[in-house]
Design a protein around this ligand. Structure first.
Ligand SMILES: [Zn+2]
Ligand SMILES: [Zn+2]
Length: 361
């Protein structure tokens, strides 16, 4: 039971650990939209989700006129790097990767009041981007775009075109969104589910099996009990017997007084009851209704379950003995029987002692 409770807890712990460690690897894509008027006097709008927000960047919108550094396109070096400042209309610095750290480039633009910094990748890297780390330049929008896109915008700006840029938040990307991780997670989920199902099936089968065994045992015990009850002394009450005259003699099971012809069963504790009353009682309760003596135990049912079951039919023969006015049905027990109480009944019966020869003869 304890194990069952631990399983989901363990799973939860694993998952939360996984989420926490992968949260550091999450990155947000940036939607980059540019618009400018070309030399045919047409407004050109270009839009792509091709930027990636830097690790220490604010993940939010930014817009402005694209501005290049004055000298070095990589935007390193001492101030002032740009010909704009914080009082100019909103502007976005476009710098090339290289020469100095991302933090240096971003801080140089930030100091002069840029709304955002766009870093484009080195020549020959096509459209590829990286997840920039710029721990010393925070509190500003900083994204990276591919070399092809960045160089194209830089060319336009160098030619004197005013390029308006809008940066917007795209979608989050993390390890769990990669196909590999998706496969891994689904396989892990499948394994955990399968293991849990197998565990529950095993538990259920086990329970069913033990329940079946218990039932079988119960049935066997009942049949043993029936056989054992058959060995109890039985007597038929005759007219004029003490039991028929006295009001104090009643069957404790049905609370009725005895009449002539009633068949009674005498238990090992010497209490007697109607045969029809006590037999179902004993099968159910196994004890004498009067003194609670465990009758079936006294008859050795629990201890001799196996030996009794292997014995061929009744090991007891009932003979009818006439003693005085009483008619006794006395079970003839096996002389080797280990039940002392049964032996006692046998020899205590003086009528039996006296008349046995005559009856047998
Ligand atoms: Zn009765
Ligand atoms: Zn009793």
């Amino acid at each position: 039971m304890g194990k069952k409770a631990q399983q989901p807890l363990l799973l939860l712990l694993c998952l939360s650990g996984l989420v926490r460690c992968s949260a550091a690897m999450v990155f947000w894509t940036a939607v980059v939209e540019i618009s400018y008027v070309n030399n045919l006097n047409e407004t050109v709008d270009k839009y792509c989700e091709c930027g990636v927000y830097g690790r220490n960047s604010l993940v939010q919108k930014a817009s402005g006129i694209v501005t290049l550094p004055r000298g070095d396109p990589k935007g390193c070096g001492s101030d002032p790097v740009y010909s704009r400042n914080s009082s100019s209309p909103p502007w976005i610095a476009l710098v090339k990767r290289g020469n100095c750290t991302f933090s240096e480039k971003i801080n140089a633009a930030k100091r002069q009041g840029a709304a955002a910094v766009v870093v484009y990748n080195v020549d020959g890297s096509g459209n590829s981007t990286t997840h920039m780390a710029h721990s010393e330049a925070e509190e500003i929008v900083a994204i990276m775009v591919g070399n092809a896109q960045g160089a194209e915008i830089a060319r336009l700006v160098m030619n004197g075109t005013d390029v308006q840029m809008l940066i917007d938040v795209g979608s989050p990307h993390g390890p769990w969104m990669d196909t590999y991780w998706l496969y891994f997670l689904s396989i892990a989920f499948f394994i955990v589910t399968a293991a849990s199902i197998a565990y529950f099936v095993f538990i259920s089968a086990n329970r069913l099996y033990s329940l079946n065994r218990l039932r079988r045992n119960e049935r066997r015990l009942k049949s043993e009990a029936k056989k054992a009850i058959g060995r109890l002394q039985v007597r038929t009450i005759k007219r004029g017997d003490e039991e028929t005259t006295s009001e104090s003699h009643v069957c404790a099971v049905c609370i009725e007084s005895y009449k002539a012809g009633d068949v009674v069963t005498i238990l090992t504790c010497d209490h007697f009851f109607h045969k029809a009353c006590i037999e179902p009682w004993l099968l159910e309760k196994r004890t004498c209704p009067m003194c609670k003596c465990d009758i079936l135990k006294a008859l050795g049912v629990e201890d001799e379950t196996k030996s009794i079951s292997s014995e061929s039919p009744p090991d007891v023969t009932v003979i009818t003995v006439t003693g005085g006015e009483h008619l006794y049905e006395v079970p003839l027990t096996n002389p080797g029987s280990s039940d002392p109480e049964r032996q006692e009944h046998h020899y205590d019966n003086s009528a039996f002692e006296g008349d046995s020869q005559a009856v047998r003869g």
